[in-house]
Ligand binder design. Structure first.
Ligand code: ATP
Ligand code: MG
Length: 355
């Protein structure tokens, strides 16, 4: 039996509400299966913490998190704090320091969920987004402010090593699941330096995988294809910015942000990986107990998979599907009238039935 130590960062807004439901479901698994036990420690590193201490986490925050098996994250963001602060002082440092260079974003339409599109087949693909460099760099600056000559430069940092490790992870996944084609989201016709290197390294890495073909698709065309025929995709590799955009597009195709989980993975397992819903703190619905907790609960399933408990992850996924298919306990974003905790309770009940 392994006793996992999980660090929990509920964050702001709807974060704490959905995290509570995520933990409830993990606890239901632990109650039913003696071979899966965990301890969770909650860290209130959020916008209130920032307003008090002028920083998003304590100085030794990263060291504190280092020894946990995984991090479960809710969402951060608060109208009283400039938007870039939680991103650059909490999320980015965790992703970078713990070398969580793969951002895993499953886009899967669950049975019973309506897509805004008429689609014949299954929408079920993965976006592997580069998570540690790329367009989201803090390199650049502004000159000649408040003059007619004012200009801003924002540098994109693409490294051979960064592209190689990300694409290798995606190709390994494709190989393991017998997927013969990987789509590379690019724009090397216009962004010649950084995307040029990106394409080269993706292709070189792919050459080590005999069974896998890489198809370069320009990001603008890819956005259109994802709307026209989302069912034809299996694996997409994308830079930080392109992956961010594609995964919000993907989320919209399969029921919205309330159903979109993600994992920030350190594949070498040298450091903890972090699991969080794609959505933000949603100040517009915060405090109303109507946020959909499924993205958070699903992120917990990704965590279980990463911890080697694919069996338990499967139970969580089928329990989510049970509740969605039954259709009687759903939050307003899915057309229901249920509250956040009621959806969590329904999924817990489904877990108990399945264990
Ligand atoms: P961020 O900048 O952190 O990405 P955002 O401004 O994109 O945040 P979100 O907090 O992700 O905003 O919310 C976008 C919209 O989706 C809002 O209208 C919000 O209410 C809705 N939304 C987000 N998460 C959920 C959820 N779990 N359940 C229901 N609705 C949600
Ligand atoms: Mg957003």
């Amino acid at each position: 039996m392994k006793n996992y130590n999980i660090a929990v960062l509920p964050g702001d807004g709807i974060g704490p509400d959905v995290v509570k439901e995520g933990l409830k479901v993990l606890q239901a698994l632990a109650d039913a299966d003696a071979s899966f036990q965990f301890d969770s420690t909650t860290f209130e590193w959020n916008s209130d913490f920032y307003l008090k201490h002028k920083r998003m986490m304590p100085e030794e925050g990263l060291d504190t998190l280092k020894n946990y098996d995984a991090i479960l994250f809710g969402a951060v963001g608060d109208p009283r704090v400039p938007e870039h602060i939680p991103i650059w002082e909490l999320i980015m440092p965790i992703r970078k320091y713990f070398k969580q260079y793969v951002n895993l974003r499953p886009i899967k339409k669950l049975p019973g969920v309506n897509s805004p599109l008429k689609v014949d087949g299954n929408i079920d693909f993965y976006v592997f987004r580069e998570n540690a460099e790329g367009e989201y760099s803090n390199s650049g600056g502004r000159l000649y402010q408040q003059t007619n000559e004012e200009l801003a430069i924002q540098n994109t940092v693409i490294t051979r090593q960064g592209v190689e490790r990300l694409s290798r992870y995606a190709f390994d996944y494709a190989e393991k699941h017998n997927i013969g084609e990987v789509v590379n989201a690019t724009k090397s016709n216009a962004i010649i330096h950084s995307m040029g290197l990106w394409d080269e390294v993706v292709k070189e890495t792919a050459s080590e995988y005999e069974e896998i073909k890489v198809v370069d698709v320009y990001i603008d065309a890819l956005a259109a294809h994802l709307v026209q025929r989302p069912e034809s995709f299996d694996v997409i590799v994308a830079s930080n910015l392109f992956g961010d955009i594609l995964s919000d597009l993907g989320a919209a195709l399969v029921g919205g942000l309330g159903l979109s989980p993600s994992g920030n993975l350190n594949p070498e397992r040298e450091f903890p990986s972090m699991f969080e819903p794609v959505h933000g703190s949603a100040p517009d619905i915060s405090g109303k107990n109507i946020a959909n907790p499924i993205a958070q609960i699903w992120s917990g399933a990704l965590m279980l998979e990463h911890l080697g408990r694919e069996d338990l992850a499967g139970i969580v996924m089928r329990s989510i599907e049970d509740v969605i298919e039954a259709g009687s306990v759903l939050t307003p974003d899915l057309g229901g009238t249920a509250h956040t905790d009621e959806v969590g309770d329904a999924i817990v009940q489904a877990v108990h039935k399945r264990m």
